[in-house]
Write a protein that binds this ligand. Structure first.
Ligand SMILES: Nc1ncnc2c1ncn2[C@@H]1O[C@H](COP(=O)(O)OP(=O)(O)OP(=O)(O)O)[C@@H](O)[C@H]1O
Ligand SMILES: [Mg+2]
Length: 235
């Protein structure tokens, strides 16, 4: 059985419909990447899953229907969302940002887990008592990812994690993400314009154009596809 089974007949903002007929599934621990140009509807797809858009259709997750639930209830059901632009709290310290990801757990558990994340990422530990606004872009993205994992999610939605990061930092970040997903069995849904690395960690991929799915297949199929190579791999 799929962990996530998405069937959006329409979704959008107020009276504006952005997405039509978006259907896909993600198995337990599976990794799917969504490619698409600016304005294609990638962010809207993630926001629809998280309960932030008007939608007609179904979001089945772990055997439950999430459509119509408020964003905090979607999060509590086991879906963590790392928004485009990271969404770390600049005024809060690095540790406080981590704790903000653990609000569904006991304070004691969350504190212990925050310590484990800081041990794992020394660059964050060095700055644990300082405002997150002082971190580099790559460190903020790492913090946003660690914060998402603080809720022990079954699925993490990542909206363009590579945006604004240098290639070397992006490579490290994807390798970290890959490791976390594998070791914890966490499913990933990654939206990216930078396709090379995202396809590298995913099993399945799809392309969205103007709010509709225009291409889908295994990640390696899409990597070999001429249109994808031209549009998203700069070949
Ligand atoms: N709050 C909103 N109200 C109305 N329309 C919106 C809103 N947010 C986004 N849109 C529109 O929805 C369409 C899809 O936007 P979306 O942000 O999902 O695209 P995207 O694929 O994530 O693009 P990008 O790569 O630039 O992040 C765009 O035409 C955009 O202008
Ligand atoms: Mg977007």
């Amino acid at each position: 059985m799929s962990l996530l089974s998405l069937d959006i007949s329409a979704a959008g903002y107020g009276p504006v419909t952005i997405l039509r007929d978006i259907q896909f599934e993600i198995p337990e621990g599976g990794r799917l990447v969504i490619l698409g140009a600016n304005g294609a509807g990638k962010t809207t797809t993630l926001r629809t899953i998280s309960g932030m858009c008007r939608m007609a259709g179904s979001v089945r997750f772990d055997g439950r229907e999430l459509a119509g639930l408020a964003p905090h209830r979607v999060a509590a059901s086991g879906i963590a969302h790392v928004p485009q632009g990271r969404g770390t709290f600049g005024d809060l310290t690095v540790r406080e940002n981590l704790l903000a990801g653990g609000t569904t757990r006991s304070r004691r558990d969350a504190m212990a887990d925050a310590d484990r994340w800081l041990e794992r990422f020394p660059r964050l530990a060095e700055r644990s008592s300082r405002p997150a606004s002082g971190l580099s872009g790559g460190e903020q993205q790492l913090l946003a990812i660690a914060r998402a994992f603080m809720s022990n999610p079954r699925l993490v939605l990542l909206d363009e994690p590579s945006l604004g990061l240098a290639p070397k930092i992006t490579t490290e970040l994807f390798s970290t993400l890959d490791g976390l997903s594998r070791e914890r069995g966490t499913a990933l849904l990654v939206v990216e314009q930078n396709a090379q690395l995202a396809l590298g960690i995913a099993e399945e991929a799809l392309v969205i154009e103007s709010g509709e799915i225009t291409l889908r297949g295994t990640a390696s199929d899409l990597r070999d596809n001429d249109d994808v190579r031209r549009a998203y791999l700069g070949v």
